[in-house]
Design a protein around this ligand. Structure first.
Ligand code: TYD
Ligand code: MG
Length: 464
């Protein structure tokens, strides 16, 4: 029998190379190519080389759409667009230890009250899962458990007429298809295991929840190959030092992709946070310079967060720029606009920017709030208290309107803020202002913000 040809697969992007190489030619990752046994292709069981004729049907037609299964955990259901769609495959990614197993066990326990749920663990022993359930206070839930890693065994147990409606696989990196020679966790195993599980899930209308660990570079191991195979990709994020966790949807065939669910890790598992703004503003003080409140949006939900900046004299020739929770190239842009258009020079200063609470924001709408925090730290003057700030800054220093102005202002009013600094161009779009009781200051150019700080720099540290 001829020896199967060797075959080298990049573990980052899944591309196949004829020989080993230190650097993948497709994704340019170093040291990611390993040898794997070739995938065994299914034999042509039909015989002959001609394909079968497939019937084409009209686009319009009757829908046989089963209702979604809502878990009752509102933060989880919202991220999915209202619940779990039967027959869909959902990938839940995140760092090890972030709480993926915990949240899925909680979801399964809730759903088990209405539908048949199976939780398959490939990482933990039965007793460990049971102990966790006791700790979470959900040990009485009628969910079923199994410890398995062989995909063939799992499929034999669920590909039946009384298939469960929900199947959790924790985690896909521990699963293996025995027809393949490579080790569990390699790209071919992850891909083949997911493919088999998804095929049966679609056939039986099972909701398949796959847990996927994220590598240190931030991609799910066996990465893009999994993301395009599933219907929904959720990332579970959070900083280890912080209590809160964010479930973010990055792909969703059945719902919105910019929604987040906010949870808090407590002693009894993950608790929903229904008012995240108050959580992120919890430790805020009004009388310090270099901080201000940004009126942000996450999906359809407004979220107020504190932006902190520190501008300090630099002891080095090349000043430092460090950003946590925001985009460093956007910070570079805001400082460049302040320097070139408004004459505020950061050339001899280190600049540090932090989004309080460990949240990551990626909205350009934070530009104005970042500029405010920078100017406040630079001048040593506290930013206007009880104000919420948002707006984008253009390269010629103009303030640009952002979406959802009303929702952002409403959230500010709800949390007791009295004032808002927003782009004046967006002011005309406000519909709810009289009802909100907010005092709104419109800004058309960044220079106006600089002047606000200039006016009271007499008490300040530096002149601008
Ligand atoms: P886990 O769900 O095992 O993470 P993952 O499956 O993503 O690897 O989460 C484990 C962490 O959560 C662990 O550090 C302990 C913490 N934890 C709590 O703080 N409270 C709890 O009730 C539970 C079950 C876990
Ligand atoms: Mg786990």
């Amino acid at each position: 029998m001829p020896k199967p040809a060797r075959h080298y697969v990049c573990q980052e992007c899944g591309s196949v190379h004829p020989r080993w190489t230190g650097r993948c030619g497709s994704c340019e990752a170093w040291n990611s190519v390993i040898e794997e046994s070739p995938e065994i292709s299914a034999p042509n069981t039909r015989g002959g080389s001609e394909g079968r004729i497939i019937p084409f049907v009209p686009l319009s037609g009757t829908l046989d759409w089963s209702p979604r299964n809502a878990s009752g955990i509102t933060e989880f259901d919202r991220v999915l667009g209202g619940g779990l769609v039967p027959g869909s495959a959902i990938l839940v990614g995140g760092d090890p230890g972030i709480g993926k197993s915990t949240v899925l066990l909680q979801v399964v326990a809730k759903l088990a009250e209405q539908v048949e749920c199976v939780y398959v663990s490939g990482e933990e022993a039965l007793d460990q899962v049971r102990m966790r359930a006791v700790r979470l206070g959900i040990e009485k839930a009628p969910a079923r458990l199994a410890v398995a890693t062989n995909v063939r065994d799992i499929l034999a147990s669920v590909d039946t007429h009384d298939a469960p409606q929900i199947l959790v696989i924790d985690s896909i990196q521990t699963m293996y298809v025995d027809a393949l020679g490579s080790a569990p966790g390699t790209v071919s195993q992850v891909r083949a295991s997911a493919q088999e599980l998804i095929r049966v899930a679609k056939k039986r209308g099972i909701v398949l929840l796959l847990v996927g660990h994220v590598t240190k570079e931030g991609t799910i191991a066996g990465p893009r190959v999994l993301e395009h195979m599933v219907d929904t990709v959720l990332y579970f994020e959070g900083e280890r030092g912080h209590q809160f966790r964010i479930l973010r949807s990055v792909k969703n065939r059945f719902g919105p992709t910019d929604e987040i669910g906010v949870f808090e890790m407590t002693e009894r598992g993950l608790a929903e946070v229904t008012n995240p703004s108050s959580l992120f503003l919890g430790e805020r003080r009004d009388d310090i310079s270099g901080a201000c409140v940004f009126g942000g949006m996450e999906g359809t939900r407004p979220l107020l967060v504190e932006i902190q900046a520190l501008v300090a004299p630099s002891p080095f020739g090349t000043p430092r720029r460090a950003v946590i929770g925001w985009d460093s190239s956007r910070l570079a842009m805001v400082t460049a606009v302040l320097e070139a258009r408004c004459g505020v020079s950061f050339a001899n200063s280190d600049v540090f920017l932090n989004v309080a609470g460990g949240l990551k924001i990626n909205e350009p709408a934070a530009d104005l709030a970042v500029a405010t925090a920078l100017l406040s730290s630079f001048s040593g003057t506290p930013a206007p208290t009880d104000s919420v700030i948002f707006g984008e800054i253009g390269l010629s220093a103009e303030a640009r309107a952002v979406s959802h102005t009303d929702a952002r202002l409403k959230e500010a009013a709800k949390l007791g803020f009295g004032r808002a600094i927003i782009p004046s161009i967006g002011q005309s779009k406000i519909k709810s202002q009289p009802k909100l009781g907010l005092q709104i200051k419109g800004i058309s150019n960044l220079q106006e913000l600089v002047n606000m700080f200039k006016d009271d720099t007499n008490s300040g540290r530096r002149a601008m």
